[in-house]
Design a protein around this ligand. Sequence first.
Ligand code: ADP
Ligand code: ADP
Length: 226
Amino acid sequence: MASIEMRNIVKQYGDGFPAVNDVSLDIADGEFMILVGPSGCGKSTLLRMIVGLEDITSGDMIIGGKRVNDKAPRDRNLSMVFQNYALYPHLTVYENIAFPLRLSKTPDDEVRRRVDEAADVLELREHLERKPANLSGGQRQRVAMGRAIVRQAEAFLFDEPLSNLDAKLRGQMRTEIARLQRRLGITTVYVTHDQTEAMTLGDRVCVLRKGRIQQVASPRELYEQP
Ligand code: ADP
Ligand code: ADP
């Protein structure tokens, strides 16, 4: 697990207005931070710079006390969960969860142990031999999270993971994500434009507007504002 420190982060695409404009934010080890704000305010860009999928124009990205600006995604040891899940349709649930461990040539018995552990936490035990097409949206989401868990990453990054689900499932998954994050105690950055998620999930909420931080506060402080 690791803290995430951003120092004066700027992202400039082409010669337009910066997508992210001088953002400094400290996320503590084990903290659950929500990023909210209107469409186009820079949430996804910021998340992608944390994971290393986007170059940083200027500023420092520090993860676990180390500057990672020049590190490739694979060397940052973070786990990103996207809204489209990105599961492999031809692989079983077991093999989907095991995938990152196969890439890193983890021994079979270790793979088995870690996948079983993740499947227990996520209540996917009975579904391990099924293919993604035969799962519900919530189950697919949990498989994607299983793949994130087995990597034993330093932090979880979520980019609107629930936006494709119906309201009922979204409510269930919200509860599950909150529970899982607390159980694992893993540093989490969660992008959403959903007010309910912003107010219920995180320890703190960072509100972005036009690439800048407007405020950082606990959900309670935000709620009690006039
Ligand atoms: P959000 O996730 O809050 O909706 P984004 O981070 O996707 O916002 O986008 C922030 C700004 O950067 C927007 O103005 C968007 O049009 C612009 N932008 C995002 N990605 C690119 C890109 N690859 N090339 C050029 N501009 C981009
Ligand atoms: P490539 O085809 O570029 O090698 P891979 O999908 O094999 O891409 O991923 C390479 C590395 O990038 C992985 O080992 C992993 O560390 C990192 N990576 C890929 N996807 C993610 C993700 N969703 N979240 C975090 N890191 C990722």
